[in-house]
Design a protein around this ligand. Sequence first.
Ligand SMILES: C[S@@+](CC[C@H](N)C(=O)[O-])C[C@H]1O[C@@H](n2cnc3c(N)ncnc32)[C@H](O)[C@@H]1O
Length: 233
Amino acid sequence: MAHEFDRAYWDDIWAGAGGSVGDDDSDRPAAMAANPPNPYLIREASRLVPGTALEAGCGAGTEALWLASQGWQVTGADIAAEALTIAARRSAELGLSGRVSWVEADLAVWEPPARYDLVTTHYAHPAIPQLDFYERLAGWVAPRGTLLIVGHLQHVGHGHAHGQHEVHGQHAGHDRSPQPPVEASATAQGITARLEADRWEIVTAEETSREMPGHGGAPVTVHDVVVTATRRH
Ligand SMILES: C[S@@+](CC[C@H](N)C(=O)[O-])C[C@H]1O[C@@H](n2cnc3c(N)ncnc32)[C@H](O)[C@@H]1O
């Protein structure tokens, strides 16, 4: 591993982003805040009845704010204070502050005060192993609730580009060339193997690609893993 994905790393990624949300300068970390809500979240959550939700590794809050706009009562949690400052400002601007609370927390060690009807995450990868992180999130889902994981797809044999972490300065693997570091990626099989069959019903287990605008507007292809599961009890 080139480095730890620890608080210092993520603080550094978000440092200086606060003043530039909405700027056209897509080279800056604030580009993460300028992207539309994740399409898999929209697809998967649109099937659900709104309740309480945790957005784990919420960054500047795009997905948390979309959930709030759909009637969910959302907790957005992130390790980076600067990201949450941006998120809080955006929620105020959108009139959604009453529907979202922002929690600065290291989700590798944090314990939630309650279970959630939806626990979701988009490209978050902490210093602990990725599948261990997803297993922690699964433990925070209320009975009959939903786990939705959207992450970087692990490409076996593609020569993972350790050290190409400028990926985060753009949007979670959405640059033209870099693969996410292998320790930050997963497969659908790897994730579902952590969800015991007697406790989880797998709704979606998908490895997929999509195009989105990259720097300069040229389309780039991103490779995602999407797992949605319902907790049986
Ligand atoms: C690649 S960014 C994705 C942000 C956002 N979910 C998105 O899709 O735009 C990963 C996010 O996870 C957060 N993160 C990483 N490790 C974390 C941890 N241990 N606890 C909480 N958040 C963490 C980072 O600060 C960062 O905001």
